[in-house]
Design a binder for this molecule. Structure first.
Ligand code: ADP
Ligand code: MG
Length: 262
C-alpha cells in the first residue's frame, strides 16, 4: 500500500527539498517504488532530480488544474530510479486557479487516488508557506515529515506547524499524523543544537528520527550536479545519512505492521 508523506515546514531553508530528493533516491536504491511530487513553484526538487524545470512539458499544474492523466505527466529522475511530478513557475498559477474549483482542497488527493498503490512511498515537497498547494498536500497525505534545524526558535516554529496540521486535519484529513521529525544540518559541536535536540526528544519522543542529517557540503553541491547526493558522492556523510534515514523508515514501518498483527 502506498504511503503518502508530505514534507513540510513553513520555514524556508530547513532542508525540505534536500530531504525529499535524497530520501526518494535512497528508498529507490533499496528497491522501493517511489514518487516525488514537487509542489514548490521554485522547482528545486525538480532541478535536484536532474530534470530541467524550464524544459519539462508537464508539471503539477497539469495534474492539479487540467486533470491530465497521471501517466502523461510523470517523468523519471536523472538516474531513472524514481518517478517525479515536476514543478516550475506554472505551479504558482495553479495556486490561483485552484481557487476557482469546488472541493479545491482535495484536488491532489483525488488525482493520486488511482495511482497511489503503484508506489511504496510518495513524497510531496511543500512550498514554505501555508497556501492552497500546501493544503492540498496535507489533505492528500497520510502523514507529515518535518525537517528542522536545531536553532533557538525552531521549537516555536514546530509548535506552530503542529498546531496548523491539527487544525487542518480536523477539516480536510482527520487521519493525518506526524510521520517523523528530522534534525537537519546538524552540528554536534554546537551546544545550542544539542540543547534543542534534547528538548525535541522530550516533547516528541520517538517521533524524532534517530538518524541525524549532518551539515555536509556535498548535500548542498549535489543539486548543481543535477542528481541526489548518493550519485554525486556516494561516500559523503550526507549521502550516508539519508541512506540511514531510509533504513530507519523501513524498519519503523515493518515494526508498525508487526505491532498491528500482534
Ligand atoms: P527548503 O526546501 O526547506 O527550503 P533546502 O533543502 O532547499 O531547504 O535547503 C536549503 C539550503 O541548504 C540549500 O542550499 C541546500 O543545498 C542546503 N542544505 C540542505 N541540507 C543541508 C545539509 N544537511 N548540509 C548542508 N547544506 C544543506
Ligand atoms: Mg524547498
Amino acid at each position: 500500500m502506498g504511503k503518502v508523506i508530505a514534507v513540510a515546514n513553513q520555514k524556508g531553508g530547513v532542508g525540505k527539498t534536500t530531504t525529499c530528493v535524497n530520501l526518494a533516491a535512497s528508498l529507490a536504491a533499496t528497491k522501493r517504488k517511489v514518487l516525488l511530487i514537487d509542489l514548490d513553484p521554485q522547482g528545486n526538487a525538480t532541478m535536484g532530480s536532474g530534470v530541467d524545470k524550464y524544459e519539462v512539458e508537464n508539471t503539477a499544474y497539469e495534474l492539479l488544474v487540467e486533470e491530465k492523466p497521471f501517466n502523461d505527466i510523470v517523468v523519471k529522475d536523472t538516474t531513472g530510479k524514481y518517478d517525479l511530478i515536476a514543478s516550475n513557475g506554472d505551479v504558482t498559477a495553479a495556486e490561483i486557479k485552484l481557487m476557482e474549483f469546488f472541493a479545491r482542497e482535495v484536488r491532489l488527493r483525488n488525482a493520486l487516488a488511482p495511482i497511489k498503490d503503484q508506489y511504496d512511498y510518495i513524497f510531496i515537497d511543500c512550498p514554505p508557506s501555508l497556501n492552497m498547494l500546501t493544503v492540498n498536500a496535507m489533505s492528500a497525505a497520510d502523514s507529515v515529515l518535518v525537517p528542522m534545524q536545531c536553532e533557538y526558535f525552531a521549537l516555536e516554529g514546530l509548535t506552530a506547524l503542529i498546531d496548523t496540521i491539527t487544525k487542518l486535519a480536523a477539516v480536510v484529513n482527520p487521519v493525518l499524523g506526524i510521520e517523523g521529525i528530522l534534525r537537519t544540518m546538524y552540528d554536534p559541536r554546537n551546544r545550542l543544537s544539542n540543547d534543542v535536540s534534547d528538548q525535541l526528544k522530550q516533547h516528541f519522543g520517538d517521533k524524532v528520527y534517530r538518524t541525524v542529517i549532518p551539515r555536509n557540503v556535498r548535500l548542498a553541491e549535489a543539486p548543481s550536479f543535477g542528481a541526489p547526493a548518493m550519485y554525486y558522492d556516494k561516500s559523503s556523510a550526507g549521502a550516508k545519512a539519508y541512506l540511514a534515514l531510509a533504513g530507519e523508515m523501513i524498519r519503523r514501518s515493518e515494526q508498525n505492521i508487526q505491532a498491528k498483527r500482534a
